[in-house]
Design a protein around this ligand. Structure first.
Ligand code: ADP
Ligand code: MG
Length: 253
């Protein structure tokens, strides 16, 4: 059983505070969704957790199995079991998906240990079969000329191969057509299990029609202001974010 604990996290970019005291605990096997209006700091949270150098943590901590990850580089965090799916994945021309994944898997092995090619391809093909991905896919260059759906498929395959303890997925509004949405959902549902914790960041409720979360959190102005189960997402869909803002204004009056 693993845990990812975010403790009173404050994050700034330049002198602007974006995340303003956010706390959240995710355990293996749980799927948490964070929803919230645009500009609230959702993507910032995901990037900080992954180790993006532009953001400064001014207070609080992020603990993976009890140990702080804040001093670790992005690649060390990945090796420790964090996976970040990007909202806008980069293209890597000239590098095939098969070679890219192989390098990623190799990077996780202890110093001096070589990947076994036969075993690697066997595992790759097993994961692809599980995710219903065509084998031809692996000879294409990473994300080059990919549709939104293909980028998502590539991301899910990376996640399947790396077997992270926690996956942070920023799946905000833009660029996710219904096809891509379904690919992400099918992938997450296929990989969902007792050894994986998921933090799903989304602006719209519709993704949660396909991936049913165990917990839903509403983020507003850099904090989690409301938590509940999947019914909270439906309530948000029906009432909009203004409802949460009004409740907050009342509470603070
Ligand atoms: P969300 O994902 O909830 O829409 P973001 O985390 O992308 O929100 O952004 C939160 C706030 O931080 C916004 O006001 C945004 O303009 C600001 N912000 C995010 N990244 C940067 C950056 N690299 N430079 C300056 N401001 C940023
Ligand atoms: Mg965002």
């Amino acid at each position: 059983m693993s845990s990812l604990v975010i403790q009173d996290l404050h994050v700034s970019i330049g002198d602007k505070e974006i995340v303003k005291g956010l706390s959240l605990t995710i355990r293996s096997g749980e799927v948490h969704a964070i929803m919230g209006p645009n500009g609230t700091g959702k993507s910032t949270l995901a990037k900080v957790a992954a180790g993006h150098p532009d953001y400064t943590v001014t207070k609080g901590d992020i603990l993976l199995d009890g140990a702080s990850i804040l001093e670790k580089e992005a690649d060390e965090r990945a090796r420790a079991g964090l996976f970040l799916a990007f909202q806008y994945p980069s293209e890597i021309p000239g590098v095939s998906i098969a070679n890219f994944l192989r390098a990623a898997v190799q990077a996780r092995l202890p110093e001096g240990e070589e990947i076994d090619a036969t075993a690697y391809y066997k595992r790759l093909y097993a994961k692809m079969d599980m995710l219903k991905i065509d084998r031809k896919f692996t000879s294409r260059a990473v994300n080059e000329g990919f549709s939104g759906g293909e980028k998502k498929r590539c991301e899910i395959l990376q996640m399947a191969m790396l077997e992270p303890k926690f996956a942070l997925m920023d799946e905000t509004d833009s660029g996710l057509d219904i096809d891509a949405l379904r690919i992400v959902a099918e992938g997450v549902n296929a990989l969902r299990g007792p050894n994986l914790g998921v933090l799903l960041i989304t602006h719209y409720q519709r993704l949660l029609n396909y991936i049913v979360p165990d917990f839903v959190h509403v983020m507003y102005d850099g904090r989690i202001v409301k938590s509940g189960d999947k019914s909270l997402a439906l309530e948000l869909e029906a009432k909009g974010y203004d409802w949460v803002k009004k409740e907050l204004a009342l509470a603070n009056a």
